[in-house]
Write a protein that binds this ligand. Structure first.
Ligand code: TMP
Length: 215
C-alpha cells in the first residue's frame, strides 16, 4: 500500500551519524520522494534551521572557529535546538507535516557525552530542556567508519571534523550504543552504499515505521 498524507502526518524523523556519512544527501532524497507523493514535508538541520540557529551555527562552527569549553559548546547546540523546536518542528508536527531533521538531540549525546565525556545526566537534562521532551518517532543512523567519513568530508573541515580519530570513533560507538538501547526508535543503515540504495532503504523504514506495510 502506498503512503498517503494521513499516514505520515505529524511524523518526526531524524537522521544521525558521524562526519561525511551522507545525511544531508539522504535527507534531500527523502524529502523529494515524500513531496512527489504529495506529502506536506518540512526539512531542517541542526545546528541551524532558524535565523538564530544559523547565526549560532556560524558562531560555533565557522571557518576560523576553535573548540570552545565543552559546556559552552553543549549549551550553544541546545540553544539552537530550543529555537528550532519552538519555531519550526512543533508547529510543523501540529499542522500534520512530516518533519525530516538532519541531526537532533542524539547528536548531543553522541558528540558531547560520548565524544567529549560530559556526564550523561548533564547532557540528558540539557536535551530535555531544549526539546521540551519532544522525541523523534524514527531515527535513522548512517553508520560508517570515521576514516571513510572524514575522507569523504574533505580536509577543510570545522574544528569538530579536525578532532582526532579516537574522538570520532567514540562518537560512532556512542551512536551504536544509543541505537541498541532503543531499537524500536532507531534503524542502523550501512552508509558505505550508494545514495540511491540508502534512500530506498530509508524510505522503506519510514513507511514501515508509520505502519504502512511495504513502500
Ligand atoms: P553537520 O555539519 O553534520 O551538520 O554537523 C555539525 C557539527 O556539529 C558536526 O560535527 C556534529 C556537531 N554537533 C554536535 O557536536 N552536537 C550537536 O548537538 C549537533 C547538532 C551537532
Amino acid at each position: 500500500m502506498a503512503p498517503s498524507t494521513g499516514d505520515l502526518a505529524g511524523c518526526f524523523v531524524t537522521i544521525e551519524g558521524g562526519e561525511g556519512t551522507g545525511k544531508t544527501t539522504l535527507l534531500a532524497a527523502l524529502a523529494e520522494r515524500a513531496r512527489a507523493k504529495g506529502l506536506d514535508v518540512v526539512t531542517c538541520r541542526e545546528p541551524g534551521g532558524t535565523a538564530l540557529g544559523e547565526r549560532l551555527r556560524s558562531a560555533l562552527l565557522g571557518a576560523d572557529g576553535s573548540a570552545p569549553d565543552p559546556r559552552a559548546e553543549l549549551l550553544v547546540f541546545a540553544a539552537a535546538r530550543a529555537q528550532l523546536v519552538a519555531e519550526v518542528v512543533r508547529p510543523a508536527l501540529d499542522r500534520g507535516a512530516l518533519v525530516l531533521c538532519d541531526r537532533y538531540a542524539d547528536s548531543t549525546t553522541a558528540y558531547q557525552h560520548y565524544g567529549r565525556g560530559l556526564p550523561r545526566e548533564t547532557v540528558d537534562a540539557v536535551n530535555a530542556a531544549a526539546t521540551g521532551a519532544l522525541t523523534p518517532d524514527l531515527t535513522l543512523l548512517l553508520d560508517l567508519p570515521p576514516t571513510e567519513g572524514l575522507r569523504r568530508a574533505g580536509r577543510a573541515g570545522d574544528y569538530m571534523e579536525r578532532e582526532d580519530l579516537a574522538f570520532h570513533e567514540r562518537v560512532r560507538a556512542g551512536y551504536g550504543e544509543l541505537a541498541r538501547s532503543e531499537p524500536e526508535r532507531w534503524r542502523v543503515l550501512d552508509a558505505s552504499r550508494g545514495a540511491g540504495d540508502m534512500a530506498d532503504e530509508a524510505w522503506g523504514e519510514i513507511v514501515r515505521a508509520a505502519q504502512l506495510g511495504p513502500a
